[in-house]
Design a protein around this ligand. Structure first.
Ligand code: SAM
Length: 291
């Protein structure tokens, strides 16, 4: 089991769904070849929430190759996709791992593959791929890794669509005087190595935009912030505990008690239904410019 267990991915899924920039897949759709099977590579697929969000919007015939290093998450991909398909009114064929639907018109197969993106980027199965996508992944990666990915994508002139890259902005309601200090410490912590070398953290989306533009892509960026509701207590509590832990790992001994107090005050506000949190994210679409 990696750092992202299925319970965490399920907990964040509603906030993810609401946050995604709805217009980017719509801008992408006319750029894709018509009437052909679209082969899609999903990097760090987890339990498939990127597929669940994008497949119905893109429509048509799609074959998803879903890559993740975590075997437990990959094992749940089909099951989670079946649950999503049935809840969305699509048919699910378990033998072929295929989702079909008439409205919107969709035929979509999924192939889970265990793949360590950090170690094996050079062996990325990108040949014949018509879309490279990832959600909630890029803040983990390093500059070198990201440049390598963009270079591979540019060589085969494949569009890139990324969603939900953390951008470092967090706003709390009600506000506390220590919020800024805690989030600054969290953002420093984001730069630690997550397996890909020193992580880009909040600067990942901006770097992707620059790297892609330099390789001849036309780039569109949108904010896709989590707007976490008062009723979403479990998600808020998990975030606050995680941020407190990360901030304490970054902070000197003299700040430890203050951060622990910040956590206790924040959790009490969540428990009483008095807390809302906005977490800044970015989505990005990169389309190769016509030669
Ligand atoms: C925050 S989760 C996002 C999962 C999914 N894309 C979503 O939006 O729910 C990050 C994902 O990246 C995967 N991941 C992290 N490091 C990886 C690596 N080196 N190779 C492949 N996948 C990795 C994790 O296992 C996890 O599934």
């Amino acid at each position: 089991m990696g750092d992202f267990d299925a319970d965490w991915l399920r907990l964040r899924a509603p906030a993810d769904r609401r946050a995604r920039a709805a217009d980017l897949p719509l801008l992408l759709r006319p750029q894709l070849p018509k009437g052909q099977m679209l082969h899609i590579l999903d990097l760090g697929c987890g339990t498939g929430s990127n597929l669940h969000a994008l497949a119905p919007v893109l429509g048509g015939a799609q074959a998803w190759l879903c890559l993740d290093a975590d075997a437990d998450l990959l094992d749940r991909l089909a099951e989670e996709t079946q649950a999503w398909a049935q809840a969305s009114g699509f048919d699910w064929d378990a033998t072929d791992r295929r989702v079909t639907g008439a409205e919107p018109d969709l035929t979509c197969t999924l192939a889970p593959r265990r793949f360590d993106l950090a170690r094996d980027l050079d062996a990325l199965p990108i040949e014949g791929i018509g879309l490279v996508t990832a959600s909630a992944l890029l803040d983990l990666v390093s500059e070198t890794w990201l440049a390598g990915l963009v270079s591979q994508c540019a060589k085969v002139r494949v569009p890139i669509l990324t969603a939900l890259t953390y951008d470092g902005r967090v706003a709390f309601e009600p506000a506390l005087s220590l919020d800024r200090e805690v989030i600054e410490a969290v953002n420093r912590h984001q730069g630690r190595d997550k397996g890909f070398g020193p992580a880009l953290g909040p600067s990942a989306n901006g770097r992707l935009a620059i790297l892609a533009a330099a390789r001849g892509y036309w780039v569109e960026v949108r904010t896709s912030d989590w707007r976490i509701r008062r009723s979403e207590r479990e998600l808020q509590a998990a975030l606050i505990r995680g941020w407190s832990r990360a901030a304490r790992e970054e902070a000197p001994a003299s700040d430890q008690a203050g951060i622990a107090h910040w956590e206790a005050v924040r959790l009490a506000a969540v428990e009483r239904g008095c807390s809302r949190i906005n977490v800044g994210h970015r989505d990005l679409l990169a389309i190769p410019r016509r030669a």
